[in-house]
Ligand binder design. Sequence first.
Ligand code: ATP
Length: 362
Amino acid sequence: MKTYAIATIPGDGIGKEVVPAGRQVLEAIADSSSGFRFAFENFDWGGDYYRQHGVMMPADGLDSLRHKDAILFGSAGDPDIPDHITLWGLRLKICQGFDQYANVRPTRILPGIDAPLKRCKPEDLNWVIVRENSEGEYSGVGGRVHQGHPIEAATDVTMMTRAGVERVMRFAFKLAQSRPRKLLTVITKSNAQRHAMVMWDEIALQISKEFPDVTWDKEIVDAATARMVNRPATLDTLVATNLHADILSDLAAALAGSLGIAPTGNIDPERRYPSMFEPIHGSAFDIMGKGLANPVGTFWSCVMLLEHLGEFDAAQRLMGAIEQVTANPTLHTGDLGGKATTAQVTQAVCNLLGTAEQRLAA
Ligand code: ATP
């Protein structure tokens, strides 16, 4: 029987609650499948590790992960540690170290979720946002001079490479091609950013020629926010730069009902390294340790993890169980207006998955 090696990194805040819940659900899906098992290894990296060791993860941390089949991540963020340290010291170190250049963020309004767009039918909002995840505005190129003096200056340079843009465009066109509508919207800002974004547009046009069956258009990022709200059904797959997609995907998550539901995958499409799956929410210190975190974003991330491993039947069954649970308002957590706990939602999903014996008997 196949055994997949999975690294779990809960990180900080509610990550410590939703990642164990995700592991429980993955164990349940393996128990109810005859074809595969998981071997988990947990890593206690994050804010507490930083307080003890002065770093968010050990220097050889990537070597401990390198041979895993996938990584399930929680969140990084600590009220006592500057955000740029928690982000660059852990999550980005893994994303960049493993060249996970495509960040994939599906958004749908799941059954039973009261989404804020009252004119939007649930079937009108079914998007996947592809975020360039390795360079662009978050390349880390820049610096500060004259710190603390009146002449202090700081730069963050957007770094776009032809190879970097080509590979994420090709990934997005391929993804759009695999979805029923074969529709891609390229998000841009080439009207104002007249170097990197103009190259971005040129490369989109060039790559589009490889995908004649994909219908595509361009949308300026600010106009895209209005289009997401006013005409959601005109969108399907979107591709955007690191910064633009970061913002658009939080908007997408809010339009789908809650930050607590949305999943993401940091993918190395060439599979040279493990890919990493995580809910898009942060550490949510206001609710941590109370058992109130919505684990659905993590469960949906587990669906993406299973798809990445090629376990499509298991992925579909887990998504089905998640949808049955969201359809039941008594199983909604506080972010969705309900009273359910993380443990209750997790148990409900596990119960729906059953065991292999129960499935055979059914
Ligand atoms: P960070 O600084 O790590 O990004 P944050 O607390 O600023 O974290 P988020 O955690 O992304 O931001 O979310 C903002 C708020 O949304 C939280 O304070 C919390 O109230 C709510 N929230 C986010 N995720 C969840 C969840 N999974 N379940 C319930 N509520 C959530």
